[in-house]
Design a protein around this ligand. Structure first.
Ligand SMILES: Cc1ncc(COP(=O)(O)O)c(C=O)c1O
Length: 343
Protein backbone atom coordinates (compact mmCIF):
# COMPACT_ATOMS: atom_id res chain seq x y z
CA UNK A 1 0.00 0.00 0.00
CA UNK A 2 1.43 3.35 -1.01
CA UNK A 3 -1.14 5.61 0.65
CA UNK A 4 -2.22 6.97 -2.73
CA UNK A 5 -5.81 8.21 -2.77
CA UNK A 6 -8.09 5.63 -4.33
CA UNK A 7 -11.73 5.36 -5.34
CA UNK A 8 -12.54 2.34 -3.20
CA UNK A 9 -14.57 3.93 -0.43
CA UNK A 10 -15.00 7.08 1.57
CA UNK A 11 -13.75 5.10 4.54
CA UNK A 12 -10.39 4.54 2.87
CA UNK A 13 -9.51 8.17 3.50
CA UNK A 14 -7.81 9.43 6.63
CA UNK A 15 -9.26 11.91 9.10
CA UNK A 16 -9.77 15.60 8.37
CA UNK A 17 -7.04 17.82 9.89
CA UNK A 18 -9.62 19.76 11.94
CA UNK A 19 -10.81 16.49 13.43
CA UNK A 20 -7.25 15.59 14.39
CA UNK A 21 -6.77 19.06 15.87
CA UNK A 22 -9.85 18.62 18.05
CA UNK A 23 -8.71 15.17 19.12
CA UNK A 24 -5.42 16.65 20.28
CA UNK A 25 -7.30 19.44 22.05
CA UNK A 26 -9.29 16.94 24.10
CA UNK A 27 -6.21 14.89 24.96
CA UNK A 28 -5.42 16.30 28.36
CA UNK A 29 -5.99 15.35 31.97
CA UNK A 30 -8.73 13.07 33.19
CA UNK A 31 -12.42 13.28 32.39
CA UNK A 32 -15.19 10.97 33.50
CA UNK A 33 -15.69 7.95 31.25
CA UNK A 34 -18.65 6.49 29.37
CA UNK A 35 -19.91 9.79 28.00
CA UNK A 36 -20.29 11.69 31.26
CA UNK A 37 -17.81 14.31 30.15
CA UNK A 38 -17.79 17.87 28.91
CA UNK A 39 -16.80 16.93 25.34
CA UNK A 40 -19.75 14.60 24.97
CA UNK A 41 -22.05 17.28 26.37
CA UNK A 42 -20.70 19.72 23.81
CA UNK A 43 -21.13 17.27 20.95
CA UNK A 44 -24.71 16.57 22.06
CA UNK A 45 -25.34 20.32 22.08
CA UNK A 46 -24.11 20.50 18.49
CA UNK A 47 -26.66 17.87 17.50
CA UNK A 48 -29.34 19.79 19.37
CA UNK A 49 -28.30 22.87 17.44
CA UNK A 50 -28.98 20.91 14.28
CA UNK A 51 -32.17 19.10 15.21
CA UNK A 52 -33.63 20.96 18.21
CA UNK A 53 -33.54 20.13 21.91
CA UNK A 54 -36.09 17.34 21.89
CA UNK A 55 -33.80 14.59 20.62
CA UNK A 56 -31.63 11.95 22.24
CA UNK A 57 -28.23 11.28 20.75
CA UNK A 58 -25.65 8.56 21.40
CA UNK A 59 -22.19 7.96 19.97
CA UNK A 60 -20.90 4.60 18.78
CA UNK A 61 -17.76 3.33 17.08
CA UNK A 62 -19.17 2.54 13.63
CA UNK A 63 -22.09 2.55 11.25
CA UNK A 64 -22.91 -1.10 11.68
CA UNK A 65 -23.44 -0.55 15.40
CA UNK A 66 -25.49 2.59 14.78
CA UNK A 67 -27.83 0.60 12.53
CA UNK A 68 -28.15 -2.55 14.58
CA UNK A 69 -28.44 -0.93 17.98
CA UNK A 70 -30.95 1.69 16.85
CA UNK A 71 -33.11 -0.95 15.19
CA UNK A 72 -32.91 -3.04 18.37
CA UNK A 73 -34.40 -0.08 20.19
CA UNK A 74 -37.28 -0.05 17.69
CA UNK A 75 -38.04 -3.76 17.53
CA UNK A 76 -38.64 -6.92 19.50
CA UNK A 77 -37.20 -10.25 18.42
CA UNK A 78 -40.62 -11.30 17.10
CA UNK A 79 -40.69 -8.35 14.68
CA UNK A 80 -39.92 -8.23 10.98
CA UNK A 81 -37.64 -5.49 9.66
CA UNK A 82 -38.28 -4.42 6.07
CA UNK A 83 -35.38 -3.03 4.08
CA UNK A 84 -33.95 -2.91 0.56
CA UNK A 85 -32.38 -6.12 -0.72
CA UNK A 86 -29.20 -4.08 -1.26
CA UNK A 87 -29.15 -2.44 2.15
CA UNK A 88 -26.04 -2.50 4.30
CA UNK A 89 -27.97 -3.86 7.24
CA UNK A 90 -29.10 -6.83 5.15
CA UNK A 91 -26.05 -7.50 2.97
CA UNK A 92 -22.98 -6.15 4.74
CA UNK A 93 -23.45 -6.54 8.48
CA UNK A 94 -22.72 -10.25 8.74
CA UNK A 95 -26.18 -11.09 10.00
CA UNK A 96 -25.59 -8.77 12.94
CA UNK A 97 -29.19 -7.61 13.09
CA UNK A 98 -30.51 -11.16 13.09
CA UNK A 99 -27.96 -12.16 15.71
CA UNK A 100 -28.21 -9.19 18.00
CA UNK A 101 -31.92 -8.39 17.70
CA UNK A 102 -33.28 -11.79 16.75
CA UNK A 103 -35.54 -10.07 14.21
CA UNK A 104 -36.44 -11.43 10.81
CA UNK A 105 -35.15 -9.29 7.98
CA UNK A 106 -37.47 -9.10 4.98
CA UNK A 107 -35.46 -7.73 2.05
CA UNK A 108 -37.49 -5.99 -0.64
CA UNK A 109 -36.44 -5.80 -4.27
CA UNK A 110 -35.10 -2.31 -4.70
CA UNK A 111 -34.44 0.10 -7.50
CA UNK A 112 -30.96 1.54 -7.05
CA UNK A 113 -31.38 0.86 -3.33
CA UNK A 114 -34.82 2.46 -2.97
CA UNK A 115 -37.98 0.73 -1.80
CA UNK A 116 -41.66 1.74 -1.93
CA UNK A 117 -44.47 1.42 0.54
CA UNK A 118 -46.53 -0.83 -1.74
CA UNK A 119 -43.89 -3.53 -1.35
CA UNK A 120 -44.59 -3.77 2.37
CA UNK A 121 -48.33 -4.10 1.84
CA UNK A 122 -48.22 -7.80 1.01
CA UNK A 123 -46.86 -8.53 4.50
CA UNK A 124 -49.44 -6.61 6.48
CA UNK A 125 -51.63 -9.68 6.82
CA UNK A 126 -48.89 -11.08 9.06
CA UNK A 127 -50.22 -8.75 11.75
CA UNK A 128 -51.89 -10.62 14.54
CA UNK A 129 -50.90 -14.01 13.15
CA UNK A 130 -48.76 -15.64 15.82
CA UNK A 131 -47.14 -17.88 13.21
CA UNK A 132 -45.56 -14.89 11.46
CA UNK A 133 -42.96 -12.27 12.37
CA UNK A 134 -44.83 -9.09 13.20
CA UNK A 135 -44.20 -6.08 10.92
CA UNK A 136 -42.19 -3.78 13.18
CA UNK A 137 -39.63 -1.61 11.43
CA UNK A 138 -38.90 -0.16 8.02
CA UNK A 139 -35.24 0.71 7.48
CA UNK A 140 -34.21 2.89 4.55
CA UNK A 141 -30.78 4.10 3.51
CA UNK A 142 -30.35 7.76 2.56
CA UNK A 143 -28.46 8.14 0.27
CA UNK A 144 -28.74 4.53 -0.81
CA UNK A 145 -25.86 2.11 -1.24
CA UNK A 146 -25.92 3.23 -4.90
CA UNK A 147 -25.68 6.90 -4.00
CA UNK A 148 -29.28 7.69 -4.90
CA UNK A 149 -31.62 9.87 -2.92
CA UNK A 150 -35.17 9.44 -1.76
CA UNK A 151 -37.09 12.69 -2.16
CA UNK A 152 -38.65 14.12 0.97
CA UNK A 153 -42.07 13.17 -0.41
CA UNK A 154 -40.95 9.57 -0.94
CA UNK A 155 -39.67 9.38 2.63
CA UNK A 156 -42.91 10.86 3.95
CA UNK A 157 -44.96 8.35 1.99
CA UNK A 158 -42.99 5.51 3.58
CA UNK A 159 -43.08 6.87 7.13
CA UNK A 160 -46.79 7.70 6.92
CA UNK A 161 -47.56 4.19 5.74
CA UNK A 162 -45.32 2.60 8.36
CA UNK A 163 -46.79 4.62 11.20
CA UNK A 164 -50.37 4.04 10.06
CA UNK A 165 -49.60 0.34 10.21
CA UNK A 166 -47.92 0.32 13.60
CA UNK A 167 -44.30 0.31 12.44
CA UNK A 168 -41.31 2.54 13.18
CA UNK A 169 -38.87 3.90 10.62
CA UNK A 170 -35.09 3.83 10.82
CA UNK A 171 -32.84 5.72 8.43
CA UNK A 172 -29.31 4.50 7.72
CA UNK A 173 -27.59 7.82 7.19
CA UNK A 174 -24.01 6.58 6.97
CA UNK A 175 -23.70 9.21 4.20
CA UNK A 176 -26.49 11.54 5.31
CA UNK A 177 -24.22 14.57 4.87
CA UNK A 178 -23.77 13.74 1.18
CA UNK A 179 -27.53 13.56 0.86
CA UNK A 180 -28.14 16.91 2.54
CA UNK A 181 -25.34 18.52 0.53
CA UNK A 182 -26.83 17.21 -2.71
CA UNK A 183 -30.40 18.21 -1.98
CA UNK A 184 -29.47 21.52 -0.40
CA UNK A 185 -32.14 21.42 2.25
CA UNK A 186 -32.36 21.54 6.02
CA UNK A 187 -31.53 18.14 7.50
CA UNK A 188 -34.74 18.24 9.53
CA UNK A 189 -36.85 18.23 6.37
CA UNK A 190 -35.32 14.92 5.31
CA UNK A 191 -35.33 13.29 8.73
CA UNK A 192 -37.43 14.32 11.71
CA UNK A 193 -40.03 16.37 9.79
CA UNK A 194 -40.32 13.54 7.29
CA UNK A 195 -41.29 11.15 10.10
CA UNK A 196 -38.06 9.27 10.77
CA UNK A 197 -37.99 7.77 14.28
CA UNK A 198 -34.27 6.97 14.56
CA UNK A 199 -31.34 8.01 12.41
CA UNK A 200 -27.86 6.53 12.05
CA UNK A 201 -25.83 9.69 11.44
CA UNK A 202 -22.51 8.93 9.75
CA UNK A 203 -19.24 10.46 10.80
CA UNK A 204 -16.59 7.96 9.67
CA UNK A 205 -17.25 8.38 5.95
CA UNK A 206 -17.25 12.15 6.21
CA UNK A 207 -13.85 12.98 7.67
CA UNK A 208 -13.87 11.46 11.14
CA UNK A 209 -11.29 8.92 12.24
CA UNK A 210 -14.12 6.72 13.55
CA UNK A 211 -17.53 7.17 15.02
CA UNK A 212 -21.18 7.42 14.10
CA UNK A 213 -24.17 8.71 16.03
CA UNK A 214 -27.66 7.47 16.73
CA UNK A 215 -30.25 10.23 16.86
CA UNK A 216 -33.72 9.51 18.21
CA UNK A 217 -36.51 11.85 17.17
CA UNK A 218 -39.04 9.58 18.85
CA UNK A 219 -37.79 9.79 22.41
CA UNK A 220 -40.09 7.05 23.70
CA UNK A 221 -37.81 4.68 21.81
CA UNK A 222 -34.54 5.85 23.33
CA UNK A 223 -35.41 5.22 26.96
CA UNK A 224 -33.48 1.96 27.19
CA UNK A 225 -30.86 2.71 24.57
CA UNK A 226 -28.00 3.24 27.01
CA UNK A 227 -28.39 -0.37 28.18
CA UNK A 228 -28.62 -1.64 24.61
CA UNK A 229 -25.46 0.33 23.82
CA UNK A 230 -23.56 -1.15 26.77
CA UNK A 231 -24.78 -4.68 26.09
CA UNK A 232 -23.86 -4.12 22.44
CA UNK A 233 -20.28 -3.32 23.46
CA UNK A 234 -20.50 0.17 21.99
CA UNK A 235 -20.36 2.29 25.12
CA UNK A 236 -16.86 3.69 24.77
CA UNK A 237 -15.14 4.25 28.09
CA UNK A 238 -13.04 7.02 26.53
CA UNK A 239 -16.13 8.43 24.86
CA UNK A 240 -14.60 11.89 24.57
CA UNK A 241 -12.57 10.72 21.59
CA UNK A 242 -15.69 9.95 19.58
CA UNK A 243 -17.65 12.97 20.77
CA UNK A 244 -14.95 15.54 20.13
CA UNK A 245 -14.76 14.41 16.51
CA UNK A 246 -18.44 15.18 16.08
CA UNK A 247 -17.88 18.57 17.62
CA UNK A 248 -15.27 19.20 14.93
CA UNK A 249 -17.55 17.99 12.17
CA UNK A 250 -20.56 19.98 13.28
CA UNK A 251 -18.63 23.21 13.94
CA UNK A 252 -18.49 25.79 11.18
CA UNK A 253 -20.31 23.52 8.75
CA UNK A 254 -17.38 21.13 8.21
CA UNK A 255 -19.75 18.17 7.81
CA UNK A 256 -21.46 19.86 4.86
CA UNK A 257 -18.28 21.27 3.36
CA UNK A 258 -16.72 17.80 3.33
CA UNK A 259 -19.81 16.25 1.78
CA UNK A 260 -20.22 18.98 -0.83
CA UNK A 261 -16.61 18.50 -1.81
CA UNK A 262 -16.84 14.73 -2.22
CA UNK A 263 -20.10 15.09 -4.17
CA UNK A 264 -18.43 17.64 -6.43
CA UNK A 265 -15.53 15.29 -7.05
CA UNK A 266 -17.90 12.49 -8.09
CA UNK A 267 -19.67 14.90 -10.44
CA UNK A 268 -16.34 15.90 -11.94
CA UNK A 269 -15.37 12.28 -12.45
CA UNK A 270 -18.74 11.61 -14.09
CA UNK A 271 -18.37 14.61 -16.41
CA UNK A 272 -14.91 13.56 -17.47
CA UNK A 273 -15.82 9.98 -18.32
CA UNK A 274 -19.42 10.09 -19.50
CA UNK A 275 -18.48 10.56 -23.16
CA UNK A 276 -15.90 7.77 -23.28
CA UNK A 277 -17.55 5.25 -25.62
CA UNK A 278 -16.26 2.14 -23.81
CA UNK A 279 -17.56 3.37 -20.45
CA UNK A 280 -21.24 3.06 -19.62
CA UNK A 281 -22.49 4.95 -16.58
CA UNK A 282 -25.00 2.58 -15.04
CA UNK A 283 -26.76 4.64 -12.37
CA UNK A 284 -27.61 8.31 -11.86
CA UNK A 285 -24.83 10.19 -10.05
CA UNK A 286 -26.49 12.09 -7.21
CA UNK A 287 -23.94 12.04 -4.38
CA UNK A 288 -20.36 10.76 -4.12
CA UNK A 289 -20.50 7.50 -6.08
CA UNK A 290 -20.14 6.66 -9.74
CA UNK A 291 -21.11 3.24 -11.08
CA UNK A 292 -20.01 2.16 -14.53
CA UNK A 293 -19.54 -0.79 -16.83
CA UNK A 294 -16.03 -0.92 -18.26
CA UNK A 295 -14.30 -3.48 -20.47
CA UNK A 296 -13.45 -6.45 -18.26
CA UNK A 297 -9.88 -6.61 -19.56
CA UNK A 298 -8.81 -3.28 -18.06
CA UNK A 299 -10.20 -3.62 -14.55
CA UNK A 300 -7.20 -5.29 -12.92
CA UNK A 301 -4.71 -2.83 -14.42
CA UNK A 302 -6.85 0.12 -13.39
CA UNK A 303 -7.20 -1.26 -9.88
CA UNK A 304 -3.42 -1.53 -9.59
CA UNK A 305 -3.17 2.20 -10.10
CA UNK A 306 -6.29 3.31 -8.24
CA UNK A 307 -7.93 0.68 -6.08
CA UNK A 308 -11.74 0.31 -6.25
CA UNK A 309 -14.32 -2.42 -5.90
CA UNK A 310 -16.18 -4.42 -8.52
CA UNK A 311 -19.91 -4.41 -7.89
CA UNK A 312 -20.96 -7.04 -10.40
CA UNK A 313 -18.21 -9.23 -11.80
CA UNK A 314 -20.46 -10.83 -14.43
CA UNK A 315 -21.33 -7.47 -15.95
CA UNK A 316 -18.01 -5.69 -15.30
CA UNK A 317 -19.84 -3.08 -13.25
CA UNK A 318 -17.56 -1.18 -10.91
CA UNK A 319 -18.02 1.38 -8.13
CA UNK A 320 -15.95 4.52 -7.74
CA UNK A 321 -16.36 6.52 -4.54
CA UNK A 322 -14.94 9.96 -3.81
CA UNK A 323 -14.01 11.29 -0.37
CA UNK A 324 -13.66 14.59 1.45
CA UNK A 325 -9.97 14.57 0.54
CA UNK A 326 -10.23 13.60 -3.14
CA UNK A 327 -8.43 16.20 -5.23
CA UNK A 328 -8.86 17.39 -8.82
CA UNK A 329 -5.52 15.84 -9.67
CA UNK A 330 -6.74 12.45 -8.43
CA UNK A 331 -9.64 12.64 -10.87
CA UNK A 332 -7.34 13.82 -13.69
CA UNK A 333 -4.82 11.05 -12.99
CA UNK A 334 -7.52 8.43 -12.82
CA UNK A 335 -9.19 9.53 -16.05
CA UNK A 336 -5.84 9.66 -17.83
CA UNK A 337 -5.02 6.15 -16.63
CA UNK A 338 -8.46 4.91 -17.71
CA UNK A 339 -8.12 6.45 -21.16
CA UNK A 340 -4.61 5.01 -21.64
CA UNK A 341 -5.83 1.54 -20.77
CA UNK A 342 -8.75 1.85 -23.17
CA UNK A 343 -6.53 2.74 -26.14
C1 LIG B 1 -24.87 2.54 3.73
C2 LIG B 1 -23.93 2.11 4.82
N1 LIG B 1 -24.42 1.94 6.05
C3 LIG B 1 -23.64 1.57 7.07
C4 LIG B 1 -22.30 1.32 6.89
C5 LIG B 1 -21.53 0.81 8.07
O1 LIG B 1 -20.40 1.40 8.40
P1 LIG B 1 -19.21 0.68 9.19
O2 LIG B 1 -18.39 -0.01 8.19
O3 LIG B 1 -18.56 1.85 9.84
O4 LIG B 1 -19.78 -0.24 10.20
C6 LIG B 1 -21.73 1.49 5.62
C7 LIG B 1 -20.30 1.24 5.38
O5 LIG B 1 -19.84 0.96 4.32
C8 LIG B 1 -22.58 1.88 4.54
O6 LIG B 1 -22.12 2.02 3.29
Amino acid sequence: MNGKRSFASDNNSGAHPLVLEKLAESNFGHVTGYGHDIFTERAKDKFKGLFGNDIDVFFVFNGTAANILSIKALANSYNAVFCADTSHVHVDECGGLENFCGCKIIPLKSSNGKIEKEQIGQYLNYKGNEQRSQPGVVSITQPTEYGLLYTVEEIKALTRYAHENGMFVHMDGARIANGIAAMDLDINEMTRDAGIDALSFGGTKNGMMFGDAVVFFNRDLSRHFIYIQKQGMQLASKMRFISIQFEALLSGGLWLDNAKHSNRMARLLYEKIRDIPQVEITRPVETNMVFAKVPEGIIKALQKNYFFYILDEANSEVRWVTSFDTQDEDIDGFVLCLKKLLK
